[in-house]
Design a binder for this molecule. Structure first.
Ligand SMILES: Nc1ncnc2c1ncn2[C@@H]1O[C@H](COP(=O)(O)OP(=O)(O)OP(=O)(O)O)[C@@H](O)[C@H]1O
Length: 700
């Protein structure tokens, strides 16, 4: 087929012309708005199933007029090209996939839009939806000998494939395999649920990158086309053209007004920063720019970064709202977003959290919002539901019980998804990560420190200890410090710089212990966290799943252990019921013969910590009053100052206790050869390393 044939073919076909660049004529797509439908009619897809067939599209009158106008413009351009560029015929030759290819219209489209080879490759891929066609391979990555063929047919741009190969991501994870074709080829909205650490970030990250790149090319082609048409037939518009006005996207290209294409919202600063890193890693050869907008950091820098008009903004709702309120121009068109991602969506939309998010949604989903926006909603607990108390279920009184579909419907309404989404739910009955071993210890509150120290001493390896309160973090950090465990900590009240510093140190020491609040429960991808300890029982099943999910990521083994005191029994039972663990979690076996030695050390450490804490409090109190009195030139009332005549006594006591503890610590708690072994989820014997491979630095 030569150029004039292509042109003829275009004239004969009009129905495909409004189809976006990345979507072939016989490929289902959902770019037009369809009525909001309840979940029963969604395409709920699990592993191994193929994508659904799309419904027909409602065309509006305005849209068809717009298409007509675009047709006219294309016809003009064809004339221009034919007249001025006969020599170019070879480069404008359409690409044909196979003799029986039904895509002549697309070939013609290629000719019209001319060149970029990359997009041509993708477009040919995008036409392979027909099962009879042989899919094209994209696995050849230059400059590398790595076999990337597992990524074939997932529409990954070559530039991304190159980055993936450098990262040694030689094959897609299951959620990526499932989501990529639907999100890229079909441009569907996606609701994705899969276990923690299963690669959800790139399941939305790669489609974002692909689709933004495709939009970019499409826009620049359109701009070129427009420019040619404007040059040749500027005065040739009829009344209808003038009435319809100029297509907004074209006018943006022409006037160089760029609006933000993609926004990713995450619940915590650390997670936003991490998502940003993951995306930058795979987008490093694309020329796309991503920036992070989170609280706790200087807003001036973020404002400056926004001025560079990035392609992707990864943000927490609070700071994004703050900048939006200041009227930053690049954020003033959030309603025109092309891509929106809500990571950890169930958490983000929890009642009472993220008030700013609702205000953001009001803008993002305003009346004039981009109806073609593609939305991604992900979480490991997107489809998990809470079971009510057994007596309610028993009586069959479960009318108010949340179901998967009611949960998803609620989320969709809040987020403003009006198109039929594609739901990928890869969560299993276990819900927690496949290779995670789970256990519990029933104990009194006062015994928790003992069991924690026992655990830390018998299980070396990176360990995250979760608590429910900041006070508990302070106390526990103090005690473990005295015991020589060098704990790190993280919670929402810390300065952001400190939070990141502690996280970094946690990532670099393979035997580090970190005491954390739930600010670290979701999404954080710290390599090789061997153990998660729920020092205080989580209040919900979701928190349990996400906390535990910091371990056993990407197919690795891990252990989650919950300390349950009598007052926490109800939470424990409810979590087990919701996780379908009728028999509860297995008991963690403690060798009681070593507990006496453990208790001695911990009790002394607690005494030291208590005295040191009291001493510090008195010092701070007195310092504060003295300083302020001096500053105001006032005489201090003696009653205000706490008597410190016994301060030396307390210091002496602390020193003597420290010596006592040091003497105790000299003796090993466990005999040589002892191992806090446990059976892993895979039924193998897990032997935690003790002493032998302990790094010199680690004080544990
Ligand atoms: N195709 C791949 N091959 C190998 N590793 C991958 C691949 N895709 C992602 N990863 C890595 O797997 C790890 C887990 O991915 P990610 O953080 O996206 O998980 P997640 O499902 O979002 O977890 P969570 O639910 O806890 O947020 C990351 O270190 C990521 O870099």
């Amino acid at each position: 087929m030569n150029l004039s044939d292509s042109v003829k073919s275009i004239n004969e076909r009009s129905s495909w012309k409004a189809i976006p660049l990345a979507v072939g004529p016989n490929v289902p797509y959902f770019n037009d708005l369809v009525e909001f439908e309840e979940l029963d009619s969604y395409d709920l897809v699990s592993a191994g199933q193929s994508p659904p067939v799309a419904p027909s599209i409602k065309k509006t009158k305005k849209a068809s007029l717009k298409k007509k106008r675009q047709q006219k413009q294309k016809a003009k351009l064809r004339q221009v090209l034919l007249a001025s560029n006969n020599n170019d015929e070879e480069s404008l030759q359409p690409v044909t996939d196979s003799p029986d290819d039904k895509s002549s219209s697309n070939d013609a489209d290629d000719a019209i839009n001319s060149k970029p080879a990359k997009i041509k490759t993708r477009k040919r891929e995008l036409k392979t939806e027909n099962a009879n066609e042989t899919p094209k391979k994209v696995s050849k990555v230059e400059d590398t000998k790595k076999d990337m063929s597992h990524w074939d047919n997932l529409f990954v741009p070559e530039v991304v494939l190159k980055a993936l190969s450098e990262l040694d991501f030689l094959e897609p994870m299951e959620i990526q395999r499932q989501v990529l074709p639907v999100a890229i080829r079909d441009k569907r909205d996606v609701l994705g649920a899969a276990e923690t650490g299963s690669g959800k970030t790139l399941a939305f990250g790669i489609p974002l990158i692909h689709n933004i790149l495709a939009d970019r090319e499409s826009n620049s082609n359109q701009a070129q086309m427009e420019e040619a048409v404007h040059k040749e037939c500027d005065s040739d518009y009829d009344e209808e053209d003038i009435f319809l006005g100029v297509d907004e996207s074209i006018s943006d290209t022409k006037s160089n007004v760029k609006t933000l294409p993609a926004l990713i919202l995450a619940p915590t600063r650390e997670l936003a920063i991490q998502v940003s890193k993951h995306i930058k890693n795979v987008a490093k050869y694309t020329g796309l720019r991503a920036i992070t907008i989170v609280g706790g950091m200087a807003p001036q820098k973020q404002v400056r970064q926004l001025k560079t008009k990035p392609d992707i903004v990864i943000a927490t709702p609070g700071r994004l709202w703050e900048l939006l309120e200041t009227g930053h121009p690049y954020l003033s068109s959030l309603h025109r977003l092309s891509y929106l991602v809500i990571d950890e969506a169930d958490r983000m939309l929890e009642k009472g959290h993220f008030e700013d998010l609702n205000k953001l949604f009001d803008i993002i989903n305003a009346k004039e919002a981009n109806k073609k926006r593609q939305t991604f909603v992900f979480s490991a607990t997107l489809t998990t539901v809470h079971l009510g108390p057994s007596r309610t279920v028993f009586k069959g009184n479960n009318n108010n019980q949340e179901t998967k579909s009611t949960k998803l419907n609620k989320l969709m309404k809040k987020i403003g998804i009006r198109k039929k989404p594609y739901v990928v739910d890869l969560t299993t009955k276990k819900v927690t990560a496949e290779n995670l071993s789970e256990a519990k210890i029933f104990c009194e509150i006062s015994e928790k420190d003992h069991y924690l120290f026992y655990f830390l001493k018998s299980h070396l390896g990176r360990t995250l200890v979760f608590t429910n309160s900041i006070d508990c973090i302070f106390r526990l950090t103090g005690v473990l410090e005295v015991l020589g465990c060098c704990p790190l900590h993280i919670h929402a009240k810390m300065q952001q710089r400190q939070r990141l510093k502690h996280l970094e140190r946690f990532q670099t020491d393979p035997h580090a212990v970190m005491i954390a609040s739930d600010v670290a429960a979701r999404g954080l991808d710290i390599p090789d966290v061997k153990h998660v300890v729920h020092y205080q029982a989580p209040r919900t099943m979701e928190t349990y799943i996400h906390r535990s999910g910091r371990s056993a990521r990407s197919g690795k083994d891990g252990l989650s252990i919950m300390f349950v005191s009598p007052s926490e029994m109800n939470f424990y039972k409810r979590i087990c019921r919701s996780l379908n663990k009728e028999d509860g979690l297995p008991l963690y076996m403690i060798n009681e013969s070593y507990m006496a030695a453990v208790k001695k050390r911990v009790n002394v450490a607690r005494e030291i910590d208590k005295m040191a804490h009291k001493q510090k409090k008195v010092r701070l109190h007195n310092d504060w009053f003295t300083k302020n009195a001096e500053a105001m030139d006032l005489a201090l009332d003696e009653d205000v100052i706490i008597d410190t005549t016994d301060a030396q006594d307390i210091s002496d006591q602390i020193n003597s206790k420290r010596q006592q503890l040091a003497a105790l610590q000299k003796k090993p708690i466990f005999p040589k050869g002892f191992s806090g072994k446990f059976i892993t989820q895979r039924g193998e014997l897990f032997l935690p390393s003790l002493g032998a491979d302990r790094p010199k630095k680690s004080k544990r």
